[in-house]
Design a protein around this ligand. Structure first.
Ligand code: ADE
Length: 256
């Protein structure tokens, strides 16, 4: 098939999306459920990677090799790192870095060996559609879905991925400082995006990602994350995916 893959780490981050599929079909590959169907007339595959870079890379590779998707969009949660990035905000990634990549002294800190780079860029056109979708989602959230005292806003910038859940203010600050040391200002941290970005780079297919901020990567991160994933994340995902697929349908119609 062709079409768009909607990828998340956890099932809770996609809750309700399967029910919206037209003509849903379930397939199991590599121990994962893949849901095929249509949204706004467009072919989609919904998948959950589970947590971490290897799980995400396996799932992205399956989506491309096994399902022939044309593009991958990641929607899920992240911990805020940037000062202005608060719980309930959205971050559309412009690029990704693996914050736990360190093959020094063979390669520069954060550089992915033999790629000659430490960052992988997201597709600009697909990311622009996610910015529109994110703004739409922020406008549709009812008060039950809002957790922040402030009005949630959308940011765009660098997201850092690594195989650790950042659950103390000290760890969050250290991560920020280390990245800033090489001029990288990360807005948020999560555990999958950079791996999917690298796989999509390898296959030459567009990738974009939007993350809602579940916690501030600090001492209350665990509780904040669990609450947000259980009660808020899927509200964002449903609105974002609905708006995105409508936009992709309009784009496809304009091309015919
Ligand atoms: N995803 C959501 N919150 C996170 C955190 N604090 N660290 C890593 N990944 C996350």
């Amino acid at each position: 098939m062709s079409g768009t893959a909607i990828l998340s780490a956890l099932a809770q981050e996609q809750q309700g999306l399967i029910a919206q599929l037209d003509n849903p079909r379930q397939l199991v590959r590599a121990g994962r459920d893949f849901w095929l169907g249509r949204l706004h007339g467009q072919e989609v595959v919904l998948a959950c990677s589970r947590i971490g870079k290897v799980a995400a890379a396996t799932t992205a590779t399956s989506l491309i090799e096994g399902f022939g998707v044309e593009r991958i969009v990641f929607t899920g949660v992240a911990g805020g790192l940037g000062q202005a990035v608060q719980v309930g905000d959205l971050v559309v990634a412009t690029r990704f870095v693996q914050h736990d990549m360190d093959a020094s002294p063979l390669f520069a800190r954060f550089e992915v060996p033999l790629y000659g780079r430490s960052e992988f860029a997201c597709d600009a056109a697909l990311s622009a559609l996610l910015v529109d979708a994110g703004q739409f989602a922020l406008g549709t959230l009812d008060s039950a879905a809002r957790t922040a005292a402030t009005t949630p806003v959308l940011h765009q910038g660098l997201i850092a991925s690594g195989d650790c859940f950042v659950s103390s203010a000290a760890a969050g600050e250290a991560l920020k400082r280390t990245l800033l040391g090489v001029g990288l200002e990360a807005l948020a941290v999560e555990m999958e995006g950079a791996a999917v970005a690298q796989v999509c780079h390898d296959y030459g297919i567009p990738f974009a990602a939007i993350r809602s901020i579940s916690d501030r990567s600090d001492d209350t991160a665990r509780g904040d994350f669990e609450h947000f994933v259980a009660h808020v994340a899927s509200h964002y995902a449903r609105a974002i995916v609905d708006h995105l697929m409508r936009a992709l349908a309009l784009r496809a119609a304009a091309r015919h």
